[in-house]
Design a protein around this ligand. Structure first.
Ligand SMILES: NC(=O)c1ccc[n+]([C@@H]2O[C@H](COP(=O)([O-])OP(=O)(O)OC[C@H]3O[C@@H](n4cnc5c(N)ncnc54)[C@H](OP(=O)(O)O)[C@@H]3O)[C@@H](O)[C@H]2O)c1
Length: 247
């Protein structure tokens, strides 16, 4: 199959490209650095010629409310139009578990807009919603740091390592479109404050994590349902402790 991975140079994209090439698919790793830009449209039509599947694992360069919404709306519109013109039979996109519960944040309003555009288009699709990546825990800590204190709500979550996301995306990419949403999560539920505490401790980072039910997560009030998957997620096997000890 010819498969175009948009965002093929990113954290998930680069792993997905490698996995799909190992299965002998004809894979194009597309991103601005390789001459394909979903915002300007440069290289898009040529890149998609003959493609059966497009996987969108892009991310926005700015997460400022207006910029991120413009990015995901424009990028998704351009990609769906180019896909339809090229006769693409499956549009796969990576989104986030709980997006509709996280709309206090501009980032998630943008991801919701991306999902809605995909659902409204005529191109068959699968939306893959993952929980937070282990690799993102550092960013969570940074966002909640004030001096030597990291203040976070003790909300339940079920994070997953990027390798397991990329592995699941391979199966979705070579499978049939479900015209619906598939959820991915890690093997164990953990509270957000405890996850960051374990991460900082393993990195010998002296910052103290304080659990505060009123603290916000990227501007969002969380409860135990906000970040956790529904009844039937696909589970990535890698445990946080194993990832921490090897990374
Ligand atoms: N972080 C999490 O915990 C988490 C959890 C669930 C879902 N997700 C979702 O996972 C997706 C991928 O995240 P990631 O961390 O793998 O992203 P990333 O490492 O930041 O990579 C982003 C990719 O997007 C490309 N890109 C940026 N602007 C582009 C444009 N105009 N045209 C085409 N490509 C463009 C980049 O290309 P260049 O390298 O050329 O700039 C890069 O390949 C995101 O949509 C995110 O919402 C993330």
């Amino acid at each position: 199959m010819k498969i175009v991975v948009i965002g093929g140079s990113g954290l998930i994209g680069s792993k997905l490209v490698k996995n799909l090439r190992q299965l002998d698919h004809d894979v194009v790793a597309a991103s601005p650095s390789s001459g394909v830009n979903t915002i300007t449209g440069v290289g898009l039509a040529a890149g998609l010629t003959g493609a059966q599947v497009v996987v969108d694992v892009t991310n926005a360069p700015s997460w400022e409310d207006k910029a991120v919404l413009e990015f995901f709306e424009t990028s998704t519109r351009n990609l769906l139009a180019a896909g339809a013109a090229a006769g693409v039979g499956h549009h796969v996109a990576l989104s986030v578990v709980g997006t509709e519960r996280l709309l206090q944040s501009g980032y998630f309003r943008a991801k919701m807009a991306q999902e809605n555009l995909i659902k409204a288009s005529k191109v068959p699709y699968t939306i893959v919603r993952a929980t937070q990546f282990f690799e993102f825990v550092n960013g969570i800590a940074q966002s909640a740091t004030d001096g030597q204190t990291v203040r976070l709500p003790p909300a339940l979550m079920q994070p997953i390592v990027s390798d397991d996301v990329a592995a699941a995306l391979v199966d979705v990419t070579v499978g049939v479109p479900v015209n619906g949403t598939v959820e991915l999560a890690g093997p164990e539920p953990i509270r957000l404050d405890e996850l960051v505490r374990r991460f900082l401790s393993a990195k010998q980072d002296a910052r103290q994590v304080v659990a505060d039910v009123h603290a916000r997560y990227f501007g969002i009030e969380l409860n135990d349902q906000s970040l956790t998957p529904g009844d039937n997620p696909r589970i990535g096997p890698t445990h946080f402790a194993d990832w921490l000890s090897r990374s």
